[in-house]
Structure formats: C-alpha cells, structure tokens
Design a protein around this ligand. Structure first.
Ligand code: ATP
Length: 327
C-alpha cells in the first residue's frame, strides 16, 4: 500500500502528462515520494509512461468508480446496499468472504478500482486492469442452507444478461453454468464477464453467498489477447460508464436474488434457457479426468444441472468440475 498512489492516479486519469514537479507541489511532497508512489502503481500492473522533461501519463484517460453514481443507477433499491469501493485489493471475493465471516451485513457490496489477484473457478485467474475492468462482489445472506442454492450461479447469470440488455447490449448470452459471452460470426463464444460464487454456512442453513463478478470494459489489446481463451470487452459492443454499469447490475442482482429466495431457480429457468448460447447446440463437456463427452444440449434442470443428449442417452452434468465448450 502507498497512500499517495491512488490520489496521483486520479490526477493522471485525464490521460495527459503531469510533471513530477507539478504532482509533488499539488500534494506538498517531494519528487522522490511521487516517484515511489508511481513505482507502487507499476507493481499493481498499472502502465504509466514516464518521459523525461514531460512527466507521467497513463496510456489513455480512465474513469474511476464513483459511489454516488453507482447508487443513483441502482435506483429505488439503493437503500438495501452497503457499498464500499476499495482502491486496490487482491480479490474482492476473498476480502468479502473474510468480512462475511466477521458478520458483514446482508447486501454488502465490495467493488475495487483495481483487483490484483482476481480468481476464477478452481484456482484459475481472472485478469483485470485499472479503469478497464469492473470487479465487485456482493454478499447475500440466505435463511436456507447451501444445499438449496444449487441453481444460484445460473440465476446470477440471468441478472447479468438483464442488466446488459437494459444498457443496450443485446448480443450477450450465457454459457452454462454462468459465463457471459458474445458469439462471433463463427459462433465461437468470446468471454465478456465471469461469475465466481463462494458459499459460507451449513448445508441446512442459514448460509451466505459471496457473488463475484468481473466484466471486461475496455482491456488493452495485448491484455485481451494474452487471455488463454477467446475474450471480448464491452467497448467493442457499447459505450457504458462503469459506475452506471455497476449500479444497473446491482439493481438486477437484487431483483433476481429476491426472486431466487422465494421461488428458487425454477421461476428463472425458461428465461435462462432463452439466454443460453448453446441451447440445443452440439457441445463438448470437458470432464475432470481429461475426457471429452460430446452431445447436444437438451435443457437445464430445475436445480441448474445441464442435460445433454449423448451417445449413451440423456446425461446430467453438475457445474462443479465440468466445463462446457462448443463442439
Ligand atoms: P468454465 O467453462 O468451467 O467456466 P472457464 O475456463 O471459463 O471455465 P472460469 O473459472 O469461469 O473458467 O474463469 C477463469 C478463466 O477465464 C481463466 O482461466 C481464463 O481462461 C479466462 N479469463 C481470465 N480473465 C479473463 C477476462 N478478463 N476475460 C475473459 N476471460 C478471462
């Protein structure tokens, strides 16, 4: 942590050059202090140009998340939320799981300007960059036990699609269990957003879910192409302010989670199926032992299990260990 790093980054957010001297004067510190704050930003993976005689500059102008704008975009349900925006955090999910264990309130949301060690499923990594990614986690407490939450990760996907549709992004679809992707002209999915849900509590209840969401806003090309599966970002499909995006996502998450609490995934299944990019399409299921099972997606069951017609008949796949790919 360096307490000056983010104030300086806010100054640099205009994408213009700022001399080390002007920054030092602005914050009433020495140029060496400015330099070490810039060094810290670079350790967070933030690219800053440093040009002798001109100063420091970000590659382009960026927007920071703004709490008031987020809450405005949430609308009527804004009072439900306990929203905290952190400058830097290794993982919003890990942080919120810790806060949850210490008793954090129902509907706490932690968003980060930059997440330095984002997590995917099964120890995988989620790539994000300052001003180029939205990363946040939402804590939702349930009276029921974790055993009753089997369709939750699919339900969350519905909330994301509703929010994106509301913001004019009609191309986004889901890939079971809950990746958000956009299909290219060859029907190949490019991942736009990911969801990671971690649970706390007993199988019998009560329980708590920490719902982590990462959305690509406008990742630099080299970052997008370095991701080890096809990926895309919102900038290629729409122009959306990240605070508004977070607010609209939270509003739709609150709607869906309330509905899920009362009626389970059953009430959302038809809508989920409409959004599924591979509904009734040929797919490959990647099994934990390395095998591939080929088939055609039949449907999704009321507990979120994927039903696939295979050479051996109708098979059921549960999300934990299995990944779906287009055939
Ligand atoms: P599954 O189909 O099982 O969900 P997945 O490979 O999509 O598999 P996740 O855990 O959901 O796995 O997401 C992590 C993976 O997503 C990473 O291993 C990487 O391939 C990809 N990834 C990481 N960062 C990004 C990003 N910013 N945008 C798109 N994809 C990403």
């Amino acid at each position: 942590m360096n307490t000056l790093t983010f104030p300086i980054l806010r100054l640099l957010a205009d994408g213009k050059f700022h001399s080390g001297e002007a920054i030092a004067q602005h914050f009433k510190v020495s140029r060496t202090t400015v330099w070490s704050a810039i060094q810290h930003a670079q350790t967070l993976g933030i690219e800053i140009f440093s040009v002798r005689g001109r100063g420091y500059k970000l590659p382009n102008a960026i927007e920071f998340l703004n709490k008031d704008e987020v809450l405005r975009a949430v609308g009527e349900q804004r009072a439900w939320f306990n929203l905290e925006i952190l400058d830097e955090v290794p993982s919003t999910n890990t942080y919120l799981m810790q806060q949850s264990a210490k008793g954090a309130a129902h509907v706490t949301c932690i968003a980060a300007q930059v997440q330095t060690s984002g997590k995917g499923r099964r120890g995988r990594t989620w790539v994000s960059h300052l001003g180029a990614s939205l990363t946040f986690s939402l804590l939702w407490r349930f009276q029921c036990g974790a055993a009753a939450l089997s369709g939750l990760s699919l339900a969350v996907g519905v909330a994301l699609i509703r929010a994106l549709n509301h913001l004019g992004v009609q191309q986004a679809q889901l890939k079971w269990p809950n990746d958000v992707l956009v299909l290219d002209e060859h029907k190949q999915g490019k991942k736009l957003a990911g969801i990671l849900i971690e649970l706390q509590g007993d199988m019998e209840g009560p329980s708590a879910a920490v719902i982590g969401v990462g959305v690509n806003l406008n990742l630099p090309h080299h970052v997008l192409h370095a991701i080890d599966q096809p990926a895309t970002d919102l900038a290629q499909h729409a122009s959306i302010n990240q605070s508004e995006l977070l607010g609209v996502l939270l509003k739709h998450l609150a709607d869906i989670l309330s509905q899920f609490e009362q009626h389970g995934f059953t009430s959302l299944r038809d809508e989920w199926t409409r959004y599924h990019a591979y509904h009734q399409q040929p797919v490959r299921m990647l099994m934990p032992d390395g095998r591939n099972v080929q088939g055609v997606v039949n449907n999704v069951a009321e507990d979120g299990i994927l039903l696939v017609d295979t050479a051996l008949g109708l098979q059921r796949f549960s999300a934990g260990e299995i990944s779906l790919r287009s055939a």
